[in-house]
Write a protein that binds this ligand. Structure first.
Ligand code: NAP
Length: 289
């Protein structure tokens, strides 16, 4: 068997196009474009690249982008005052503070300061609680992107056995919550899990979010399983995921790295910003967004 390779890049392009079309409708109904504010503290080159691509994608989707670049030595109070201003700004529907922040800043206090209804990254504890209790809120972009790919490949996920490897707040835990909401039977594995290969072998769906190159091996995989590889590992051979590409011989479908989950994150960020603008403007969106 050779797995179907899930084209996350193409799916993300389609989602961005749908978001762009809906953004034009929201703009027409509300008399202003959906607005996304991104805050970058310091000069970290990787963060600067992410912020630039988020800004470009926002403009390409017909939304307003507000970029705030602040010096690395900014005081906690000054950054909090900026968040307060963005919370109060009617032109801003979504706020993202690029992480990680410099060590002297209290990251958790900044995330908690963002208005949960503008928290398009979905990291605010109120949004984590909404996800866990089935209320409408914002879901972190990467796991939501994984869910969209899974639904596209498998349709109804109800009753399937899913294993999420990794329990971070930004990927593993929200991914597990989303799969529970889809009526999967969910196991969350982590560094203390005993006999991980045996746990993975039971799964119809595997989401790997660890950060260890090629960790998931072909003999761990149930024939026909769907593998979603969130891992991004820089090696001498270039970017690789957490799933050994040889798993394609056993799996039914799998995401490549790059070109799988990666492109979904920004597309979902745009989608969340659109959803925020629509909610705030009282506009009903097409359910397919
Ligand atoms: P993280 O916070 O470092 O969490 C990694 C998780 O993996 C932890 O829960 C850890 O367990 C678990 N783990 C570590 N070693 C393990 C092992 N040997 N067996 C089983 N589990 C193990 O990472 P993250 O932020 O969730 O990110 C995970 C990966 O996804 C990274 O490669 C990251 O670059 C990538 N990522 C990609 C995107 C994207 O595509 N847009 C977005 C976010 C992250 P413990 O909790 O026990 O320590």
């Amino acid at each position: 068997m050779t797995a179907r390779i899930i084209d996350g890049k193409a799916f993300a392009a389609g989602l961005r196009a749908r978001v762009g079309a809906a953004a034009a409708e929201v703009t027409a109904e509300c008399g202003r474009k959906p607005g996304f504010a991104v805050v970058l503290v310091g000069e970290d080159p990787a963060s600067a690249v992410y912020v630039r691509s988020k800004g470009k994608a926002t403009l390409a989707a017909g939304m307003e982008s507000f970029e705030h670049r602040l010096p690395a030595d900014i005081a906690q109070g000054t950054l909090e005052a900026l968040v307060d201003r963005l919370n109060a700004d009617p032109a801003v529907d979504g706020i993202l503070v690029q992480l990680p922040l410099p060590k002297h800043l209290d990251e958790s206090a900044i995330i908690t300061r963002i208005d949960p209804d503008k928290d398009v990254d979905g990291f605010h504890p109120v949004n984590a609680g909404r996800l866990a209790t089935g209320l409408a809120g914002f879901v972190p972009c990467t796991p939501y992107g994984c869910l969209l790919l899974l639904r596209d490949v498998l349709g109804d996920l109800s009753g399937l056995d899913a294993v999420v490897i990794g329990r971070s707040n930004i990927v593993g835990k929200p991914m597990a919550q989303l799969l529970i909401a889809e009526s999967c039977t969910v196991t969350v594995a982590h560094s203390r899990t005993r006999d991980l290969p045996e746990v993975v072998r039971r799964a119809d769906i595997v989401v790997a979010a660890v950060g260890r190159a090629g960790m998931v091996k072909p003999d761990w995989v149930k024939p026909g399983a769907t593998l979603i590889d969130v891992g991004i590992n820089r090696t001498e051979a270039g970017l690789v995921g957490d799933v050994d590409p040889a798993c394609a011989e056993v799996a039914g479908a799998m995401t490549p790295v790059p070109g799988g989950v990666g492109p979904m994150t920004i597309a979902v960020l745009l989608r969340n910003t659109l959803v925020s603008a629509a909610r705030r403007g009282g506009v009903t969106l097409d359910a397919a967004i």
